[in-house]
Design a protein around this ligand. Structure first.
Ligand code: HDD
Length: 717
């Protein structure tokens, strides 16, 4: 018998409608009465007025929630106080096991819209026709840190998408990096143990910068390519809204005729890619550990919906055979220059969650979830993942019925003979719970769909059963070298600094040395740059398992070479001192908002600053709590009254020196000379330090912040 699952109302793909819907939801959570409680049941309205009556979990009205039941005024608490006991019992059990990896994450609801029909290559219904919309839920995450760790760890970011398709959920459980550390899933526990806090001391938290991680990866040369990406600025993204996503593995598309092609999935952020710099990341983690989740929440709540284009690389067996690397090896990419990425649809994230636990914590992604038309390849990492994800959800969520939780429930009919179990919430009808049966009507239950169902691709399998790594997986360095050679000079500087930082945290010199020996197989400029920063001699190169192939650089691999000229979705930190020119403040704010940016006003005190016309400009933050690392660009405006006060304030001096050190474009209006002098930057200001007093200057500044940071400061440092 088919059971139609409750589904949340489908979000409309217009910003105005979704903002209104989001506001309505939040107004409710902010204390307005509601006629529903979280589990969809009726709320007990036993009293008149706005406030519902508090009840026990079983619905009995509570007399007093401030005092437990006791014998006498000062006597012992009584076990017969069921309200007290139930309240504490539930509280004691509030936490569930956090994810063994990707524990810290944040998510949102959205909608995916297909650009065109892909029926020629896949029968997946989500790609059936142009304009077809499918509801989605996305969870972004870091990998290594625990639930309460900070957002800007140097780490891979998870990018997991659940598409609620009308033929079942499709979970594309990807990362923001297109390759992985290991080739075979049997090594996953070793990898994760090595990167997590060390077991004999319980630290460091949320870092790969320690001995055990580099010990493991230096002994596993297949990880080298991934560490290049991890040491690049990809691992410190500016925002979830400004990073790519990848399905990583080679998957299969299968069309209605049963014909199959290989496919790789790519998400590309419409706002373009942006990253922070390492010193900035370190400081953001202290100033705002929730930087990424706040950024996503704020953007969606303000109606600036993050958008990502889904692209595919499609190729056949002939390409796979001609490719220098094995398409089943998850430590390899397929360069976009060889197989271009074809955009096939767009996802818009348009609704924040109502409850973080119910949705972000309880969402259960499984690589096994694929609808008809999408299938697996024999990538040994993917095959292993297909075993792991079901298992982990039972551990985390505690019941085989986790698929019934609203965030996990398919939006299409669900019908099977799986019965009962802990926390069964559906009242499964019918008499027969087995098949075959001879009942009819509602008692009969469902039947398998045959060719209409998910037909596994009938791949040929042959060979002996052996524990073996295919020789076609042996090349561990060629694509690492290609990645390195595809970076711009400043990106290379950052990669060298990152390796040096991380290896510098390793206390065992042999580990650093082994890693340097491996890096020599990637590039000697890289290896000697790291060795130099570590103050270590360059060891001989390690022996590669396969010769390093010289491949053409792939410009698609650089963030900076592909930067988008825009300030949309980014933020100006506007530090305003007393006496600042009111007209200049207004002009600059307007100009930044006009190009899709946001402006956050900062003053010496959170009460605000008094402008030249006597008006009070309210501040969002006091400068002591708003270091410049929280902003993409900064501008400072003050008058004669504000100038000495800014120069005397250490946080204001740090605001400017950090912005300069992080290569940011800086607006310096009237009244900032004393501050510039106090920071020691007088005489060092360059052409990315711009005046912002007049209308013309404000226009030039806004044009400049759409461009890159002033990386020359990093290159000459
Ligand atoms: Fe995994 C979670 C991505 C390899 C086992 N993985 C998890 C999440 C993401 C990825 C994004 C978080 C999902 C969420 O937000 O709930 N994992 C990847 C990628 C991999 C990868 C892109 C390589 C290409 N993972 C991988 C392997 C295994 C696992 C090889 C085990 C054999 N991953 C898990 C897990 C997790 C998980 C233990 C922890 C929580 C969860 O599944 O739901 O099963």
């Amino acid at each position: 018998m088919a059971t139609k699952k409750d589904s949340a109302p489908r979000p409309k793909a217009t910003k105005a409608a979704a903002v209104k819907a989001a506001q309505a939801t939040r107004a409710t959570t902010a204390g307005e009465p509601t006629d529903e409680i979280g589990n969809g049941g009726e709320l007990h309205q036993r009293a008149g007025g706005d406030s519902p009556v508090m009840t026990t979990a079983h619905g009995a009205p509570v007399q007093d929630d401030n005092n437990s039941l006791r014998a006498g005024d000062r006597g012992p608490t009584l076990i017969s106080d069921h309200h007290f006991r139930e309240k504490i019992f539930h509280f004691d059990h509030e936490r569930i096991p956090e994810r063994v990896v990707h524990a810290r994450g944040y998510g949102a609801h959205g909608v995916f819209e297909a650009y065109e029909s892909l029926a020629d290559i896949t029968r997946a219904s989500i790609f059936a026709e142009a304009g077809k919309q499918t509801e989605t839920f996305v969870r972004f995450s870091t990998v290594a840190g625990n639930l309460g760790s900070f957002d800007l760890a140097r780490d891979v970011r998870g990018f997991a998408t659940k598409f609620y398709t009308d033929e079942g959920n499709w979970d594309l459980v990807g990362n923001n990096i297109p390759v992985f550390f290991i080739q075979d899933a049997v090594k996953f526990p070793d990898l994760v143990h090595s990167v997590k806090e060390e077991p004999d001391r319980g630290f460091p938290q949320a870092q790969s910068a320690h001995d055990t991680f580099w010990d493991f990866v230096s002994l596993m040369p297949e990880a080298t390519h991934m560490t290049l990406w991890q040491m690049s600025d990809r691992a410190i993204p500016r925002s979830f809204r400004m990073m790519q996503g990848f399905g990583v593995h080679t998957f299969r598309f299968v069309n209605a005729a049963g014909e199959s092609t290989f496919v790789k999935f790519h998400w590309t952020p419409v706002l373009g890619m942006q990253s922070v710099v390492w010193n900035e990341a370190v400081k953001i983690n202290g100033a705002d550990p929730d930087f990424h989740r706040r950024d996503l929440f704020d953007a969606i709540e303000s109606g600036a919906f993050p958008e990502y284009e889904l692209g595919i690389q499609v190729f056949d067996d002939a390409f796979a055979d001609s490719f220098d690397f094995d398409v089943l090896d998850a430590t390899k990419i397929i360069p976009e220059e060889l197989v271009p990425v074809r955009p096939v649809g767009k996802m818009t994230l348009n609704r924040v969650v109502d409850n973080v636990f119910a949705e972000i914590e309880q969402v259960a992604f499984m690589t096994q979830n694929v609808p008809p038309g999408i299938d697996f390849s024999n990538d040994p990492l993917l095959q292993g993942r297909n075993f792991s994800y079901l298992d982990t959800q039972l551990k985390r969520l505690g019941s085989t019925n986790f698929s019934q939780l609203p965030v996990n429930a398919p939006r299409c009919p669900v019908a099977h003979f799986q019965r009962d179990g802990h926390m069964q919430t559906s009242t499964q009808p019918g008499r027969a719970t087995y098949e075959p049966n001879s009942f009819t009507g509602a008692d009969r239950g469902p039947r398998a769909a045959g060719a209409e169902g998910h037909v596994p691709f009938p791949g040929e399998v042959s060979g002996q059963t052996r524990r073996i790594r295919s020789a076609s997986f042996a090349d561990h360095y060629s694509q690492a070298r290609q990645f390195w050679l595809s970076q711009t000079p400043v990106e290379q500087v950052h990669i060298i600094a990152a390796y040096a930082f991380e290896l510098g945290k390793c206390e065992i010199p042999a580990i650093r040395q082994r890693m340097l020996a491996n890096l020599r197989n990637v590039d000697d400029v890289l290896a000697s740059g790291v060795a130099d920063k570590l103050g270590m001699p360059l060891p001989p190169a390690s022996e590669p398992a396969a010769p390093v192939i010289e491949t053409e650089p792939s410009p698609a691999l650089s963030i900076l070479a592909n930067a988008k000229e825009t300030f949309e979705g980014r933020k100006l930190g506007l530090l305003v001192g007393d006496g600042a020119d009111a007209a200049a403040v207004k002009r600059l704010t307007k100009a930044v908002v006009k190009v899709g940016g946001t402006v956050e006003v900062i003053a010496l005190k959170v009460g605000g600053a008094t402008l030249s016309d006597g008006s009070l400009l309210e501040a969002k933050q006091a400068v002591a709590g708003a270091p410049s690392v929280l902003y993409d660009t900064v501008a400072i405006l003050a008058g004669a009254d504000g100038e000495p006060a800014l120069a005397d304030e250490p946080a204001a001096r740090d605001f400017l020196t950090d912005a300069f050190a992080h290569c940011k474009v800086i607006g310096l209006g009237a009244g900032t000379q004393a501050l510039v002098t106090a920071t020691g930057l007088a005489g060092k200001l360059d052409d990315a330090c711009l005046a912002v007093d007049t209308a013309k200057e404000a226009t030039a500044y806004v044009a400049r912040i759409a461009g890159p940071r002033h990386w020359e400061r990093d290159l000459t440092a």
